[in-house]
Design a protein around this ligand. Structure first.
Ligand SMILES: [Zn+2]
Length: 250
């Protein structure tokens, strides 16, 4: 059973769109950042088809949404935001995307990677999980294991001076089947403020009530007011992590 008070030295969230992190895990990332964790946001797309407005272009939407994401990341104390600029609405878990993600994982060497559950299709009675979310989730998991930790895979990345890295733990953001509930009572306000930074997505709607309700539902029956839910997979034993910090030498 994962320790709910665990705080990694570094964590990388890999998602499809600007605002995905804020909806799913920014309370946890903000809590960790407050405690000294370096947090990295990796956005596969910049949400370039996500603004339905007369005269809106993909280039302009990219600018707007990247600026909103940078602001949201800053509110939650993130260390770095990476935009891979894959096409919004057409994200595919290709080998090319896997390699781009392996590059970021080897470069930034996160202890924990957070991503979405790629198996969720029928998310609820009123929502089908976006295909880009599924693609980002499976691409992230495939980049983490085993690719990022295999020195002879994507060997040319070594010419950039980055070495293979084994991620210690994966946190999969969960809709229903979480086995770890992180107490975000101290950072729920940050989560809401970060979500509000995605102004182009709100159309005058304030996300506060819904976000509080979701977080209360996850916290139900536990000794906390608000929570985020994850499924945790530990890939490197505590003992091995202390020895190598994930670095694999060729
Ligand atoms: Zn999304």
């Amino acid at each position: 059973m994962e320790n709910p008070f665990y705080v990694p030295e570094s964590a990388m969230a890999i998602v499809a769109h600007p605002d995905d992190i804020e909806f799913s895990c920014s309370g946890t990332l903000a809590r960790w950042a407050k405690e000294g964790t370096r947090t990295y946001y990796v956005l596969c797309t910049s949400g370039d088809v996500g603004i339905a407005q007369a005269g809106m272009t993909k280039a302009r939407a990219t600018e707007i949404r990247e600026a909103e994401q940078r602001k949201a990341a800053e509110i939650a104390g993130a260390s770095e935001v990476v935009f891979l600029r894959e096409p919004d609405g057409m994200l595919q878990p290709t080998l090319e995307l896997r390699k781009k993600l392996v590059r970021e994982i080897r470069r930034l060497r996160p202890e924990v990677v957070i991503t979405g559950d790629p198996t969720v299709v029928l998310a609820s009675s009123d929502y089908i999980n976006h295909p880009d979310h599924r693609a980002a989730g499976i691409a992230a998991l495939d980049a983490v294991f085993p690719a990022a930790g295999q020195p002879n895979l994507f060997q040319d990345l070594e010419s950039e001076g980055i070495k293979a890295h084994k991620v210690r733990k994966v946190y999969v953001t969960s809709w229903e089947k979480g086995d770890l509930f992180v107490n975000i009572s101290d950072t729920i306000d940050i989560k809401i403020e970060a979500l509000r930074a995605h102004n182009s997505q709100m159309n005058g709607w304030d996300p506060e009530d819904m976000v509080r309700q979701w977080a209360r539902d996850y916290a139900k029956g536990k000794e906390m007011a608000y929570a985020e839910a994850f499924r945790v997979i530990q890939l490197v034993s505590d003992e091995d992590w202390e020895k190598t910090k994930g670095t694999v030498l060729a």
